[in-house]
Ligand binder design. Structure first.
Ligand code: PXP
Length: 248
């Protein structure tokens, strides 16, 4: 039986993007994280990129010290990031592909081809107590490989589904939706915990939130943008409301 509770993880990278546009300390991502905690989010996600374009090392340090909800530390599979994760021992490590020139994480992780390398990479992180999540496309080959390398979680990349919805390409959207639904069921049957994220908005969240196997949605860009208009707590609470509505 699939679990029924659905967690909301807020990705606060773009609070740091805004801060870094000017330098200095405002707006402070930790303040955003604490406010989101009070508003009821179940976790905070932060992606420390190689180029430190949003989160910087001190942010991760400060989040580790201040958060009461779990930190989902997003990172590429590099030696540098592994050292940082081993120092902080976050609740979860979400491994994502990272290309220097991309604006955001474009695709899922190539797990099948990099199986041996990833197994070795995640072993010490698991030993240190972090749960391991792999950000993958809705592709059976990748889901099976994620299971084989010993991941605890897969996070399904729902970006193509969200984009197709926003662009009104309903044929593509529905095809993406079916793959996501099938892979969510399949991953759950393998014993993997299923998360989903990337590109989710009020408009497209409900069908994904309704997947009974999905335990967590990680949402950033849209909610940080929405916070400009209605404030962060109401922005988060509206997403929570839609997720709960979809679930019941
Ligand atoms: N999950 C993962 C693995 C991501 O890389 C991102 C983007 O950083 C998100 C979720 C959140 O995506 P968005 O900012 O589009 O909501």
């Amino acid at each position: 039986m699939a679990e029924t509770s659905l967690r909301l993880g807020l990705n606060i990278d773009h609070v740091a993007t805004l801060r870094n546009a000017r330098g200095g300390t405002n707006p402070d991502p930790v303040r955003a994280a604490k406010l989101a905690e009070e508003a009821g989010v179940d976790g905070i996600t932060a992606h420390l990129r190689e180029d430190r374009r949003h989160m910087v090392d001190a942010d991760i340090e400060n989040l580790m010290q201040s958060l009461t909800v779990p930190l989902n530390f997003e990172m590429a599979a590099t030696d540098e990031m592994q050292r940082i994760a081993l120092r902080h021992k976050p609740h979860a490590v979400c491994i994502v592909p990272e290309k220097r020139e991309e604006r955001t994480t474009e695709g899922g992780l190539e797990v099948a081809r990099e199986q041996n390398k990833l197994s070795d990479f995640i072993a010490p992180l698991r030993e240190a107590g972090s749960r391991i999540s792999l950000f993958v496309a809705a592709d059976m080959k990748q889901v099976e490989a994620a299971h084989r390398v010993g991941a605890d979680i897969i996070e399904l990349h729902v970006g193509a589904y969200c984009d197709a919805h926003a662009e009104g390409d309903f044929k593509l959207r529905d095809a993406e939706f079916e793959s996501l639904r099938d892979m969510s069921t399949y991953a759950h049957s393998l014993g993997l915990e299923v998360h989903a994220g990337h590109g989710l908005t009020y408009d497209c969240v409900k069908p994904i939130a309704a997947f009974p196997e999905v335990r967590e949605l990680n949402i950033g860009h849209f909610l940080i943008g929405e916070a400009v208009f209605r404030g962060l707590p109401p922005a988060v609470q509206e997403m929570r409301r839609l997720m709960d509505e979809a679930r019941h």
